[in-house]
Every structure is written in C-alpha cells, then in structure tokens.
Design a protein around this ligand. Structure first.
Ligand code: COA
Length: 270
C-alpha cells in the first residue's frame, strides 16, 4: 500500500476477512490484492498462469500478506467453484469477491470474428457471473456483510469504438451488479462496481491506447491531465469493501479523473 492510501485507511480494517481477487496476479488486480492484504485481509488470487501466481504470491508473502494463488479460468464454472472452495478451505470463509479478470483487444467491430466477440464476453461477463454464483453461499454467511466489487469502465455507458465486446460485456456486468444489489442484499451481500479510467502501466492501457498510438489522444481527454495509478483503483475497492461502506449498494464508483465526460471521438478523428 502506498503512503497516500495508508493515510486514510486504518491498517487493520480488513483483519479477519478473506478476499478472492480474479486476475489478481498482475496489474490492477495485483494492486487490489496488495492493498486488501495490507489492510489485513487474507487474499486468494486466481489467474490462468501458475508462473504469474507464483511471482505474485511471493511478493505478497514478502509484504506480510497471507496469500494463496490458484490457477483458474473464470470462463469455466467448475474451475471457479473449485478455486473458491479451495480458498474457503484454506481461510475458513469468504467475505470479499473482486471480479477483476478481463480480456480485451482493439479491433474494428466489422473485422471482429464471432469467436473474438465471444471470447471477451465470456471472460468478462460470463466469468463475473461464474464467480458471483460460486461465491454466493460463502459471501452470504460473512459476519462482515459479503461484498462483491466488479471492475468495469465508464466506456460501458459512453461507448468504446474499437472495443465493442469489452464495452458490451462491462455494461452487462454493471447491470448484473445492480440486479444482485437488489436480489442479494437481503441475503447479506452488497454489490458495487469500480470504473477505472486509463491506468498507467497496465496491460489494458498498453493494448488499447499505447499499442494503437492513441495514448496522447486519450490523455488529452482526461481533465486531471494524467493517467491514473493502480493504487488509486485499489483505494476505491478498499473503501467499498470496508466497514465504512456497508450502506453503499448498487453504485458505480468512477475513478477516471473525469474522463467519462469527454466523449471518445470517431476512430478516424485526429
Ligand atoms: N484482434 C482481433 N481478434 C483477436 C485479437 C486481436 N488483437 N486477439 C484475439 N482475437 C480473437 C482470435 O483471433 C480468436 O478468434 P478466432 O478463433 O475467430 O480467430 C479469439 O479472439 C480468441 O482468441 P484466443 O487467442 O484463442 O483467446 P485466448 O482465450 O487465448 O485469449 C484474449 C483471450 C484474446 C482476450 C487475450 O488477449 C487475453 O486473455 N488477454 C488478457 C489480458 C488483457 O487483455 N488484459 C487487459 C484487459 S483491459
């Protein structure tokens, strides 16, 4: 956890809780895992590659976090259920689910193959359902009020030229979170989203803005004049899973420096 975050959160506020973070081995997911761990949570990180998990878990352990890495493909409900059950067995329960795993690539919609569309929607939207569904029996028993936080993007409602499957899938996740906010709150689970803008040093920003030569154009649309930091997204998640946010349910916490209010131009605009 960086100094700015430590200045607002009490270090033990998540003591006694367990969190499950998908895509938790790298980028924003790893930042979330580190922050929740620093606040006292036991953390399970799930991702597809063992070597990524090994490196991330070693770093978490070195920082004093009780961490478990589990190979899991969120597209496969059986794989997700096994991972959640293993996490519960190790840590004795589950209080926090962070749906962070995502796939994305830039491709004009007319050039997208049906399988390309399906792959992104499967990881983002179906993967989020699989995780929520597998986590439900455990989150509903949490003495801390079970929390679901799904990572989406403001492009879900603003449109995302060149990334249609991700935009549509994230809009689907937003809708799913609103439904669960109503359906599962009486069952002891509250559900929210965090919507990051462009975040520096992440795979998403590299693929979508840097590799397509649009980083400067994207930066010009961020009113605060810079890309965000991983820790700034982790801080938003930390708030939503903290005791302070027990009455926050079904909302979108947009952390994008005001980017959502500047429309994305047509891809051919200079
Ligand atoms: N442009 C067009 N189509 C692409 C593509 C690209 N850059 N990358 C993948 N696809 C298509 C493939 O061609 C394939 O379709 P096809 O069978 O019709 O050819 C389909 O997507 C699936 O690709 P595949 O490589 O088999 O899928 P995968 O499961 O191995 O990978 C991705 C999933 C493609 C989403 C991969 O980029 C990924 O997992 N990324 C995770 C990291 C990430 O994107 N992070 C940032 C999130 S913002």
């Amino acid at each position: 956890m960086n100094e700015k975050n430590a200045s607002i959160f009490g270090l033990g506020i998540l003591e006694g809780t367990s969190a499950f973070v998908t895509g938790g081995g790298t980028g924003i997911g790893f930042g979330i895992a580190k922050t929740l761990g620093a606040l006292g949570a036991n953390v399970t990180i799930a991702s597809r590659r063992q070597e990524v998990l090994d490196k991330a878990c070693a770093e978490l352990s070195e920082a004093g976090v009780r961490a478990l890495g589990i190979v899991c493909d969120v597209r496969d409900h059986g794989s997700v259920k096994r991972a959640v059950d293993q996490s519960v067995e190790k840590f004795g329960g589950l209080d926090i689910l962070v749906n962070n795993a995502a796939g994305n690539f830039a491709c004009p919609t007319e050039d997208l193959s049906p399988n390309g569309w399906r792959t992104v929607v499967d990881i983002d939207l179906n993967g989020t359902f699989n995780c929520c569904h597998a986590a439900f029996p455990h989150l509903s028993k949490s003495p801390h009020v079970g929390r679901i936080v799904s990572i989406i993007t403001a492009y879900a409602w603003g449109g995302w030229p060149g990334c249609a499957p991700a935009a549509a899938a994230k809009a689907g996740i937003q809708s799913l979170m609103r439904t669960l906010a109503i359906e599962w709150a009486p069952k002891n689970i509250i559900s929210n989203t965090v919507a990051p803008g462009p975040i520096a040093d992440t795979e998403g920003t590299k693929r979508i803005h840097e590799d397509t030569d649009r980083a400067a154009a994207e930066l010009a649309r961020v009113p605060v004049g810079r890309f965000g930091e991983v820790e700034e997204i982790a801080a938003a998640v930390a708030y939503l899973v903290s005791p302070a946010a027990r009455y926050v349910n079904g909302t979108d916490l947009v952390v994008d420096g005001g980017r959502q209010f500047k429309a994305t131009p047509r891809p051919d605009a200079k």
